[in-house]
Design a protein. Structure first.
Lengths: 195, 141
């Protein structure tokens, strides 16, 4: 027996607007992994990511009646997530200087990560933990705007047009921010580049 | 399409940074708890407003119709208020006396249970309109 096709986002949004909270649960289930990736790579802290993501989905639920469907739900939820994350980071920076001790460091135990790096340069294999630390440090040194485009383009694999919509900027600006961010990251990660 | 640079390849390794297993299930449970708690805490007026909106949605009337009804209601309300104010305005009252016959306006000052009222500021009234004086008791059986 075939499974019923998964309901489309539009249908789930319409049902949520009619008061069906379980429809929104499905949207949370569908988008929380991507939204997590977006926030985590901006904050580099799991606990903070969890708190911000709770607020993001609560805000989306409260505002869903105002969602007219001009963009996809995917774009809409990513826009909310990005705006709330940047606001959170601004507040956090005001509260205290970001300590890099706050950055999570457990990727070295991730089997996918080990496999992905096993065929790389031997120097990198010996230094997975250091590499992850450097990556996070380098990301945190970027401005919020530059970190956002790197997160969405390089890590999440979004196209330029989608990033432009989410950030409310032109595609040209996305490209120039990426170019500048890559140049900065190159400087920070110089020693990990291939010889 | 350009080949990804070394730096991009390195940054892409961050894709493998994932939360612990079962995290997203726990996240959903926590979200549901907060969402339901928030729904229960909503003020009464907000619940009533939602009910009204839901009821209106049943009519399938375009939003512009609601706006028109609202504008019309405000207009009618404004007219009622302005007409009430206009009736008690001295300027309008004195203007209306200009078209009356002299007999109607020339009348002796009237004392009405207390302070003297200047008749010229009152709307005209005819003697005939007054109740005839009677010495009989109002009720006789």
């Amino acid at each position: 027996m075939e499974d019923a096709p998964e309901p489309k986002d539009d249908e789930l949004v319409a049902r949520t607007k009619e008061g069906d909270a379980s429809a929104f649960d499905e949207l949370v289930r569908r988008y929380s992994p991507r939204v997590y990736g977006l926030i985590y790579n901006m904050t580099s802290n799991h606990e903070e990511t969890n708190d911000v993501m709770q607020d993001v989905f609560l805000k989306a639920f409260r505002s869903i009646k105002g969602f007219r469907g001009d963009s996809s739900f995917y774009t809409w939820i990513h826009t909310i997530a990005m705006n709330m994350t940047i606001n959170f980071l601004k507040k956090r920076n005001r509260r205290r200087g970001m300590s890099l001790d706050d950055v999570d460091s457990h990727i070295e135990n991730d089997p996918d990560f080990i496999e992905a790096t096993a065929t790389s340069d031997p120097r990198r294999e010996a230094n997975l933990s250091e590499l992850q630390k450097r990556l996070n440090e380098a990301m945190q040194k970027l401005s919020h705007d530059h970190r956002a485009v790197v997160t969405m383009f390089d890590i999440q694999g979004m196209p330029h047009a989608e990033i432009a919509k989410i950030l409310g900027i032109s595609e040209g600006t996305v490209r120039s921010r990426l170019f500048y961010a890559h140049r900065q990251l190159q400087n920070y990660l110089e020693e990990f580049r291939a010889p | 399409m350009n080949e990804p640079s070394e730096i991009q390849k390195l940054i892409r390794l961050k894709r493998y940074e994932q939360p612990p297993e079962g995290y997203f299930d726990d996240f959903l449970l926590e979200f549901q708890r907060r969402q339901r708690a928030e729904m229960l805490r909503r003020p009464l007026w907000q619940i009533a407003w939602d009910r009204v909106n839901l009821w209106l949605d049943g009519f399938r009337v375009p939003a512009i119709a609601y706006a028109s009804i609202l504008v019309a209601a405000i207009g009618v309300g404004g007219l009622i208020v302005s007409s009430q104010n206009g009736a008690s305005s001295p300027a309008i009252a004195s203007a209306s006396t200009e078209n009356q016959t002299p007999a109607a306006t020339v009348a002796a000052p009237v004392t009405v249970n207390g302070p003297v009222v200047n008749v010229s500021t009152l709307p005209p009234s005819y003697i005939l309109e007054k109740r005839p004086v009677s010495y009989e008791a109002p009720f006789s059986f």
